[in-house]
Design a protein around this ligand. Structure first.
Ligand SMILES: *[C@@H]1O[C@H](CO)[C@@H](O)[C@H](O)[C@H]1NC(C)=O
Ligand SMILES: *[C@@H]1O[C@H](CO)[C@@H](O)[C@H](O)[C@H]1NC(C)=O
Length: 334
């Protein structure tokens, strides 16, 4: 009897340890970024940018410096396609200085840059961009495939969206992609979806923001990304995500949703834009679309979230606010 019980306890302990091990393996890497003393957080978002300063990249960089200083930003987020046309060739590729370090030189841009990879980054040496060597060359650079940045009231979940898009695997149009660490694709995607779901479910932050390179909803050149509509969107909806922020379409865009809490934001105007092929979508959810260069800002406090989009002159082109009030129980003495 006693021996049975102790072997039961032992089995249980082994089971718990195994579970702990499995679930700790499944977790996304988690970073902390302290908010300001009042708990607020301010950051800029840019996407689709690295072109040695060309195609107005330098103009966008200059205005990011101006707005970043005014806002006293805490960091910058990049939605991917960091280096055109084909990512970096390796950790010592001079494009890293030519398109990043020597371009975003404003004092207010000397903050952490939280990056994701875009499809053009996968056309080069994708491992180079997630290598710690880049952090030694410029200590602003932070890049992993998928990860979480927590800042008290906000959880930012960065998702590697390129592996979701099937055509990059079956119809490469003469490009070669660096799929090291991604294959087999289906296993990679299902593990990633589980990890993202877990990170969002475990999040106790007031605001949940998800960042990826590819669009979920867009009226720009590429339009919606079917694979993300099918696989990622349900995970975001189930977890009451507030914002999904992407690049890929070289424009600035805000699409709301009528059936969930999610606002879809595209900040892909870091350099070449003006593609001129807007797909018509005139629904109530369409809030803003601009086919040119620019960037976005986000200001989050405990109860309020504000976004704004800027053009290359720093003009505010679109603004949007929302708030959440903390639940409080009031006891009234009559
Ligand atoms: C740079 O920005 C200006 C102002 O939006 C625009 O008129 C011009 O066409 C842009 N240049 C390029 C190369 O996109
Ligand atoms: C958003 O809130 C800020 C500060 O509370 C305010 O200045 C701005 O006008 C608001 N914008 C919109 C579109 O409501």
């Amino acid at each position: 009897m006693g021996r049975n019980r102790s072997s039961c306890v032992l089995l249980l302990m082994v089971a718990i340890l195994t579970l702990c091990f499995v679930s700790s393996k499944a977790k996304l890497k988690k970073l902390q970024h302290a908010p300001k003393a009042d708990g607020s957080l301010r950051f800029l978002v840019i996407g689709d940018w690295g072109r040695n300063g060309a195609d107005n990249q330098s103009l966008v960089a200059f205005q990011m410096g101006v707005i970043g200083e005014k806002m006293e930003i805490d960091f910058v987020i990049s939605t991917g396609d960091n280096f055109y046309d084909n990512g970096l060739t390796g950790v010592y590729d001079p494009a890293f200085e030519e398109s990043f370090t020597n371009i975003y030189t404003a004092p207010s841009s000397q903050k952490k840059w939280y990056n994701v990879l875009g499809n053009h980054d996968y056309r080069g040496n994708a491992m180079a961009q997630i290598s710690p060597v880049l952090g030694y060359r410029d200590n602003r650079w932070v890049c992993f495939r998928s990860y979480v940045v927590n800042s008290e009231n906000v959880d930012l979940v960065f998702v590697d969206t390129t592996p979701f898009v099937k055509k990059y695997f079956i119809d490469t149009k003469g490009h070669s992609y660096d799929w090291r660490g991604v294959l087999p694709r289906k296993r990679y995607i299902s593990k990633l979806l589980r990890d993202v779901d877990l990170a969002l479910r475990q999040s106790t932050a007031t605001w949940k923001v998800v960042i990826g390179h590819h669009t979920i909803k867009s009226v720009g050149h590429h339009g919606d990304t079917q694979e993300l509509l099918i696989h990622l969107l349900p995970v975001l909806q189930a977890n009451n995500v507030d914002l999904y922020i992407n690049g890929h379409d070289h424009c600035l865009e805000h699409i709301s949703s009528l059936d969930s809490s999610i606002e879809f934001l595209t900040s892909g105007g870091g350099s070449r834009a003006w593609r001129g092929d807007e797909k018509g979508r005139k629904g109530e959810e369409m809030k803003f679309y601009y086919d040119g260069q620019g960037f976005m800002s986000v200001h989050i406090s405990q109860i309020q979230l504000q976004i704004a989009f800027y053009d290359v002159f720093g003009n505010v082109m679109h603004q949007w606010n929302t708030s959440k009030f903390e639940m409080c129980v009031c006891i009234c003495n009559e």
